[in-house]
Write a protein of this length. Sequence first.
Length: 218
Amino acid sequence: MNEAGSIERAIASTTSSVNTEVIVVDGGSIDDTISLAQNMGAKVISSPVGRADQMNLGAQAATGDILLFLHADTCLPPQFDVLVRAALATGQRRPVAGAFPLRIDADSPQLRWVEWGVNGRSRFFQMPYGDQALFLRADTFHKIGGFPALPIMEDFELVRRLKRLGKIAIVSAPVVTSARRWLQRGVLATTVINQMVVLGYLLGVDGERLRKVYRFKR
């Protein structure tokens, strides 16, 4: 929603791939997001605002065997499609899903620590989040009911459900995501808020309250 400043880069990061379908699900943008996405050849779908609903709608429209959910402010690495297909290759112990390591596009020692924590959590606890371009087979996604209809933490809950089915793979090359949220709030404040929301969710705090905490601006 209102991602005119980043949508072109996100779509451009998919162009090195083979046999992929790019779907942009827009939640009511009033800037040039839709026209920019259409000009780059993406299929654009309109949706009520809400990340879980938007991603589920995109998944319903997708025709491929594998789904990859990319945030509009995040770019995929070259040959991401090769990495994804290799991670989900047929075999007795193939992962049920996967994600990418995270890199944040700003020069800051504090953000390198954030990356270290995110990537450590992803590899050792198999808990990647949505900004790491989650991917999985379409039949697995539909089998578990897609993203839960939550106002926030939909990615966290999806990964928890997937972990019950099998392994979550982390591929070798990172996605690059915008640093804007960390820069706007400060790295420490953003990290604290993120952890408060996770803890609140695990303790059963109402999702709307958590969403307000997450989106709070000083």
